[in-house]
Design a protein around this ligand. Structure first.
Ligand code: HEC
Ligand code: HEC
Length: 201
């Protein structure tokens, strides 16, 4: 009886430790209380860039022709690459597998018009200042002015997918960006309102 009880306690605590160890950094660890609407420009910039630099965004904004996958941004399996229109090649068109929403059974992520960001919008491997400069450069960003960038960042389905990334093929939920969707939207608006100034240091 006592033996069984001890065995049970050992088992349960073992499972608990395994579970605790397997946890990725969670959103709550970054959830520092603040009021995004009264944020300083640099704070808004940093909060915005914490999201932009996250694999959920960078995986579609590579600096080569290969989309990336996962938290470690490994090259996309099955030799998938950009193709002439950033949406793959005929046999491997992105939308052959990526539907307009996540497939929770197969683990294929999905959102409307799933495709790779054009090469001029490649950010992977760059620092946050360089990424921000590219992002604002109308010659590289698809001719978007500040208004259009705000709209893209707060409304585009591919951007918003980052907060609903579904589960991977391994059945494990994909990691969320370190800032909540609402805080990110506020940070974006705040940073542009303050003139979209990239901090110098
Ligand atoms: C599934 C792929 C995909 C994901 C995921 C994705 N993007 Fe993009 N992104 C694109 C594509 C495609 C374009 C080009 C769309 C256009 O120009 O209308 C783009 C364009 C952009 C642009 C405008 C271009 C520029 O350089 O300013 C911004 C800003 C942007 N994405 C931000 C983000 C952010 C922030 C995230 C994550 C929260 C993200 N993207 C996630 C595919 C993606
Ligand atoms: C043969 C099917 C297939 C095709 C075609 C395909 N993908 Fe994927 N893609 C997948 C699967 C499956 C996953 C999920 C992998 C996982 O969870 O480990 C995935 C994951 C991704 C991710 C990872 C998202 C993240 O943040 O982890 C991106 C980005 C992506 N695909 C972009 C593309 C783009 C862009 C194209 C077209 C150029 C494309 N894929 C074509 C099957 C495909």
């Amino acid at each position: 009886m006592v033996k069984n009880y001890i065995a049970l306690v050992v088992l349960v605590s073992g499972i608990y430790i395994l579970f605790a160890m397997s946890k990725e950094p969670s959103v709550s660890e970054y959830n520092i209380p603040f009021n995004a609407t009264t944020m300083e420009s640099d704070a808004a910039f940093n909060m915005m860039m914490d999201v932009v630099m996250h694999p959920r965004c960078i995986n579609c904004h590579p600096n080569d022709n290969v989309p990336k996958q996962g938290y470690d941004s490994h090259p996309h399996y099955f030799g998938i690459s950009r193709g002439p229109e950033n949406s793959g090649f005929q046999a491997t068109a992105c939308t052959t597998c990526h539907q307009s929403e996540n497939n929770e059974y197969s683990g294929v992520p999905g959102a409307p018009h799933w495709s790779l960001a054009p090469s001029s919008m490649g950010w992977q491997g760059l620092g946050r200042k360089a990424v921000a400069e590219r992002m604002l450069n109308e010659k590289l960003n698809g001719g978007k002015n500040h208004e259009e960038l705000i709209r893209h960042m707060t409304e585009d389905e591919l951007v918003l997918w980052a907060w609903e990334p579904g589960v991977g093929v391994n059945g494990v939920p994909r990691e969320l960006p370190p800032v909540s969707e609402e805080d990110f939207k506020n940070a974006v608006k705040e940073w542009f309102k303050n003139g979209a100034i990239i901090p110098s240091e």
